[in-house]
Design a binder for this molecule. Structure first.
Ligand code: SAM
Ligand code: GLN
Length: 279
């Protein structure tokens, strides 16, 4: 069987199952170790048994076992960076790119800002910020050693200097920062979410108590401990809890200026709190 025959056969199957044809190509490239050009040049050649087997195994997971493509490929893209992901580590979401964008916007003019990314997962937020602001000093934490392992690999892969610390919330954070950024878990236990997410992604990255808001209360009640007086807090938030979130902010930061920003779908997604923040 040639690469072409194999591709055509699996692409047809994808169509029949109403799955993405493009995934067949991406998995074939990943499992064969070839670039798209190499595949094109070798299209009429025989596909090695090993490559066929590996690709079929991954395609079976995609077609029949509801597995996210990103885990099968072992990577995804976030803010233009290719990042490794694996089961046990949250797949970075496009919405979170807006959080990065807002942090970058708010630190324009601030030299060497110290930035803490709490719950960094694959390292997505910290690495995207560092990539775009080489002078920023980034610390990224997570409670999951597995996630930190992946985040460290991602940092090394891109030659980005980020300090990684294993920490349960603020427990092991040594320094003080200008900016606290976080995309904490915020799915409520009684929420019905896409099985592709709930069946595959780590529980501790998704779910939070108090109707999904426990991390906001915990983070905002203690944020001052790790922040300088002039500081910026930028958090990703669930789309339907503006009132509850505003109440938490007013409780812990009664004097502060804050805003809830919408994402591309016009849903509430980012909470920004500015404490005496001048740039
Ligand atoms: N920042 C990544 C992103 O945006 O793709 C991951 C976000 S994920 C929604 C939340 C992350 O917080 C997970 O990596 C999870 O392991 C971590 N986490 C959960 N509980 C934590 C805790 N108590 N302290 C620190 N990190 C925690
Ligand atoms: N956006 C994720 C989802 O689609 C949730 C991420 C989070 O809890 N921070 O379920």
């Amino acid at each position: 069987m040639t690469y072409e025959e194999f591709y055509m056969e699996q692409a047809r199957l994808a169509e029949k199952l109403k799955k993405e044809k493009q995934v067949v190509k991406l998995l074939l490239l990943e499992k064969s170790g070839m670039t798209a050009t190499e595949l094109y040049i070798n299209y009429r050649k025989k596909i090695p048994v090993e490559v066929r087997k590996k690709t079929l195994a991954a395609l079976d997971e995609y077609f029949h076992h509801n597995k996210p493509v990103q885990y099968l490929l072992g990577y995804t893209y976030f803010y233009g960076l290719k990042l490794l992901v694996r089961p046990g580590v949250l797949i970075p979401r496009p919405e979170t790119e807006l959080l990065v964008e807002k942090v970058l916007e708010n630190i324009v003019g601030r030299k060497t800002p110290r930035i803490l990314d709490l719950g960094t997962g694959s390292g997505a937020i910290a690495l995207a910020i560092k990539k775009n602001r080489g002078d920023a000093l980034l610390t990224a934490t997570d409670i999951s050693a597995l996630a930190l392992g992946v985040a460290r690999k991602n940092a090394a892969m891109h030659g980005l200097d980020v300090e990684f610390i294993e920490s349960n919330l603020f427990a092991s954070i040594p320094g003080k920062y200008d900016v606290l950024v976080s995309n904490p878990p915020y799915v409520s236990r009684d929420e019905n979410i896409d099985p592709l997410v709930s069946e595959n992604e780590p529980e501790e990255a998704l779910y939070a108590g108090e109707g999904g808001l426990s991390f906001y209360r915990e983070i905002l009640s203690r944020a001052r401990e790790v922040l300088f007086d002039s500081n910026l807090i930028a958090l990703e938030i669930p789309e339907n809890k503006d009132e509850e979130l505003s109440a938490i902010v007013k409780n812990y930061f009664p004097e502060s200026e804050f805003a809830i920003l919408k994402d591309l779908n016009n849903l509430s997604r980012i909470l920004i709190i500015r404490n005496d923040w001048r740039i």
